[in-house]
Design a protein around this ligand. Structure first.
Ligand code: NDP
Ligand code: MG
Length: 334
C-alpha cells in the first residue's frame, strides 16, 4: 500500500476550539507539544508533578501545572508524555478514573497501548501522534514556522471524528507542516524498538566498542582507537543524514569506499540478519516488553548494574579526556 501523508490542508485546527488538551509531563516532548499547541491557539493544561525543574519550567512558560489526575479530568484530549515505563501506573491511578466517554486518549509512542499496559475504556478512542524528532527540535522548528514530520495512528475501532481531532492536534504541534505519515500502533511500536535495539543504540554501540577493543587488544594506543572508531563516526553519520549512503561514499576517499564495499559485508554478514530477525520476533511476540516491564518491577536492578559497568568502559575514560581537548565540542560528560 502506498504511504498516506497528511499536510496542513488535511487538518482543521478549529475542531480543537472548544476542547481542552491536557499534556501530562513537561519533559522533552511535553514542553514542546504544550507550547506549540498554545501558540496555535489551543486551550492547554499541563499535568506535571511539583518539586522538579520541569514544574518550574512550565510555570515560567505561563502554565499553571496541576496533578496528572486534575489534568486528565480537565482534558478532552489527554496526551500522556511521561517516560514509557511509568505510563501504565500513572494511567491506572490518575488517568483512567478521570476519563469520560468522548475523550481522546493520546501518546507519542505506542509501547504501552500496543503491549496492553494502557487500554482505552469503553467510549474512549485513542490516537498516537509521534514527532520524528526530540522535543527541542519540535519546538524550535515550530517557532521558525516549520514543523517536524510526525506519525499518526488510530487505535483499532476509533471513530473518524477522533481521527480528525488527532490530525488537528498534529497540526497544532506543527507536524502537518512537515507531513504526517499514517501508521498503526503495532508498526510504530515495533519498528521504533527494532531500530533502537538493532541499529541506533544497540547495534552501533556494540560495533564501536568491538572496533575499539580490537585495536587496543592489538597494541594500538586507545587514543587512536577512540578517534578512528568513535569520534569520526559523526562525520560519517552527518553525510548519511544529508544524502544517504551515496553521499557518504561520494565524499570519502576511493580507498575508503573500496574498503566499505569489500569488507563491510564481512562484518555484518548473513548471521547478523539471522540475529536481527530473532530480535524482531522477540519484539513482536511481546517478549522484549515483558522483560523490560519485569526489570522495572525489580527497580531496574540489573539495568542499573549494566549501566554502571558500561560507564566505566575504557572507551569512555579515553573519550572524556580527548573530548576535553576539543574545545568546539559541546562535551556532555555523564
Ligand atoms: P521525558 O523523560 O523528557 O519527560 C518525562 C516527564 O515525565 C517529565 O515531566 C517528568 O517529570 C515526568 N515524570 C517522570 N517520571 C514520573 C513519574 N514517576 N510520575 C509522574 N511524572 C513523571 O520524556 P520524553 O518527552 O522523552 O518522552 C515522553 C513520551 O514521548 C514517551 O512516550 C516517549 O517514547 C515519546 N517520545 C519521545 C521522543 C524524544 O525524543 N524524547 C520522541 C518521540 C516520542 P519530572 O521532571 O518531575 O521528573
Ligand atoms: Mg524512536
Amino acid at each position: 500500500m502506498p504511504v498516506t501523508i497528511y499536510y496542513d490542508d488535511d487538518a482543521d485546527l478549529s475542531l480543537l476550539k472548544d476542547k481542552t488538551v491536557a499534556i501530562l509531563g513537561y519533559g522533552s516532548q511535553g514542553h514542546a507539544q504544550a507550547q506549540n499547541l498554545k501558540d496555535s491557539g489551543c486551550n492547554v493544561v499541563v499535568g506535571q508533578r511539583k518539586g522538579s525543574a520541569n514544574y518550574d519550567l512550565a510555570v515560567s512558560h505561563g502554565f499553571d501545572p496541576m496533578t496528572a489526575a486534575d489534568a486528565a479530568k480537565a482534558g478532552d484530549l489527554i496526551n500522556i508524555l511521561l517516560p514509557d515505563e511509568v505510563q501504565g501506573d500513572v494511567f491506572k491511578a490518575d488517568v483512567l478514573p478521570n476519563l469520560e466517554p468522548g475523550n481522546l486518549l493520546m501518546c507519542s509512542h505506542g509501547f504501552n497501548v500496543h503491549f496492553g499496559q494502557i487500554t482505552p475504556p469503553e467510549g474512549v478512542d485513542a490516537a498516537l501522534v509521534a514527532p520524528k524528532g526530540p522535543g527541542h527540535l519540535v519546538r524550535s522548528e515550530y517557532e521558525k514556522g516549520g514543523g517536524v514530520p510526525s506519525l499518526i495512528a488510530m487505535y483499532p475501532g476509533s471513530s473518524d471524528s477522533s481521527k480528525q481531532l488527532a490530525l488537528a492536534y498534529a497540526k497544532g504541534i506543527g507536524g502537518t507542516r512537515g507531513g504526517v505519515i499514517e501508521t498503526t500502533f503495532a508498526e510504530e511500536t515495533e519498528t521504533d524498538l527494532f531500530g533502537e535495539q538493532v541499529v541506533l543504540c544497540g547495534g552501533v554501540s556494540a560495533l564501536v566498542k568491538a572496533g575499539f577493543e580490537t585495536l587496543v587488544e592489538a597494541g594500538y594506543q586507545p587514543e587512536m582507537a577512540y578517534f578512528e572508531c568513535m569520534h569520526e563516526l559523526k562525520l560519517i553519520v552527518d553525510l548519511f543524514y544529508q544524502g544517504g549512503l551515496n553521499y557518504m561514499r561520494y565524499s570519502v576517499s576511493n580507498t575508503a569506499e573500496y574498503g566499505d564495499y569489500t569488507r563491510g559485508p564481512r562484518i555484518v554478514g548473513p548471521e547478523v540478519k539471522v540475529e536481527m530477525k530473532k530480535i524482531l520476533d522477540e519484539i513482536q511476540s511481546g517478549k522484549f516488553a515483558r522483560d523490560w516491564l519485569l526489570e522495572n518491577k525489580v527497580n531496574q536492578a540489573s539495568f542499573g548494574a549494566t549501566r554502571r559497568r558500561e560507564r566505566s568502559h575504557q572507551i569512555e575514560e579515553v573519550g572524556a579526556q580527548l573530548r576535553s581537548m576539543m574545545t568546539w565540542i559541546d562535551s556532555k560528560e555523564v
